[in-house]
Design a binder for this molecule. Structure first.
Ligand code: FAD
Length: 422
């Protein structure tokens, strides 16, 4: 079993993307995932000089290795925002998520990364799940015109095979991408547009000098008019411990089986739809272009879990959902990091004079692309402040940005609530 994202093996990172660190740029973008690359695309199109630096390789964070589900909405659910903060802000967040989704679709089409366009099924079992799905779909269709559907026991097998699930909320607008193809495609576009991409270049500190930002990196120094922190789940106390305290890094792990053959893949995902369970410690599953089945999730919330143990857990879940998959080997396992803000709403803002957009909580393919674009619009003075910049973004007194001790008790609590169906 390879410790390597299947996506990156299928779509190797292009060579020739990177350059040396320039001495200056109009905008320094820290982090070369979807957020940073999307911001860089808009900034370069407006004539700015842009340097995108990454502590790892280009797009080596979550953007090239995720599940590739591209959906509207936010992790907290616009319905929850509606109930807690009122209809106006909820509507704005929904509209922003739809714009982000449209932008992601456009880029996915352009880079050849759009591979499934049949929606996503949030799967459940039993009457309570079905009632809850009906109420949720009613609300999203009535208040937001989402156009989602309910699949009950009579038609669930149009979307997901097997006996494990008998109902689903069908998010008809979701589509599936090849994450590495999209991420490396965007990196290539950003470079072609004039952005300078620098890999293995960690920004360790940023200070203000004569009205400009001066960043110290592991490859030297760069001065920039503006700095964008696009570090999401890889945000640490360097260069801003204030930002690190606002989001908690959480691990997410995935495995891929060997190709299972067209007949088996068709039985499991008959129309190429994708699926995820309606749990806190959820699983997300889909098929690939070459008829493998991939599943992602986590045993606990911790980043940095052992990959072989994670693979064993995920394989067990896969076989529990579809016993016929027991005969197939798992060929790849990998893991990455999400950034989870305490309110489960993404945030755009400024910290210590630097711009940031992050906190997608595992619901970030569309949003990172959309918010990177919107953040660039704010820097250029072309867009009004994003709705995600107009809500408070608070940390918690017990989180210092360094050791997330509370993830163990939170994982236990989530497991219990999931078992109870709460
Ligand atoms: C396994 C997994 C599955 C997922 N599945 C889905 C899914 O199916 N659908 C969905 O919507 N979302 C999913 N997500 C979430 C989604 O991938 C992310 O929200 C999105 O990719 C975030 O993009 P980003 O550019 O903000 O961050 P990233 O792509 O994580 O990039 C951040 C980058 O910042 C760099 N960095 C950090 N600190 C520094 C520094 N000091 N100096 C220089 N560079 C630095 C890191 O090296 C990293 O490359 C998943 C995430 C994971 C990990």
């Amino acid at each position: 079993m390879k410790h390597l994202p299947l996506w990156v093996e299928q779509e190797p990172r292009p060579t020739g993307l990177t350059s040396d660190l320039p001495a200056e740029a109009d905008v320094l973008v820290v982090g070369s995932g979807f957020t940073g690359l999307s911001a860089a695309l808009r900034l370069t199109a407006a004539g700015k000089t842009v340097a995108v630096v990454d502590a790892l390789e280009i797009a080596r964070g979550a953007s090239s290795m995720n599940g590739g589900f591209v959906s509207t909405d936010i992790k907290a659910g616009v319905k929850t925002v509606f109930e807690k903060q009122g209809p106006a802000i909820a509507r704005e967040m929904w509209d922003a998520s739809v714009r982000a989704h449209e932008r992601a679709r456009e880029l996915a089409q352009r880079t050849g990364a759009l591979i499934h366009d049949y929606g996503a099924a949030a799967v459940g079992k039993g009457k309570r799940d079905l009632d809850d799905i009906r109420a949720t779909v009613d609300w999203y269709n009535r208040e937001l015109g989402a156009g989602w559907e309910v699949a009950g026991p009579e038609d669930i097998h149009r979307f997901v095979g097997g006996d494990a699930f008998d109902c689903a909320m069908i998010e008809t607008d979701s589509f599936g991408v090849h994450p590495a193809r999209l991420a490396f495609g965007l990196a290539a576009e950003a470079k072609a547009a004039g952005a300078v991409l620098v890999d293995r270049c960690e920004v360790v500190s940023v200070r203000k000098e004569n009205g400009r930002h001066v960043a110290e990196t592991t490859k030297g120094r760069i001065a920039a008019g503006e700095v964008v922190l696009a570090t999401n789940g890889y945000t640490t106390i360097r260069p801003s411990d204030k930002l690190a305290k606002k989001v908690v890094p959480i691990g997410s792990y995935m495995i891929a089986t060997e190709p299972v053959g067209h007949t088996v893949a068709e039985r499991i995902f008959p129309n190429g739809s994708m699926a995820y369970t309606r749990k806190r410690l959820l699983h997300y599953m889909r098929r690939t272009e070459d008829d493998r089945i991939v599943i992602g999730g986590r045993r606990t919330l911790h980043p940095g879990l052992d990959l072989d143990e994670s693979a064993a857990d995920l394989r067990k879940a896969l076989i529990c959902y579809w016993p016929e998959l027991e005969q197939f080997e798992v060929t790849h396992v990998w893991g990455g990091r999400l950034a989870v803000p305490f309110d489960l709403i993404p945030h755009v803002g400024k910290v210590e004079g630097m711009w940031y957009a992050l906190g997608y909580a595992g619901h970030g393919v569309a949003l990172s692309i959309g918010l990177g674009h919107d953040l660039a619009g704010m820097i250029l003075g072309e867009d009004p402040p994003s709705v995600f910049s107009r809500i408070p973004h608070r940390g918690r007194f017990y989180w210092n940005g360094r050791t997330p001790w509370f993830l163990t008790p939170a994982s236990v609590l989530y497991r219990v609530l999931d078992r109870l169906g709460r």
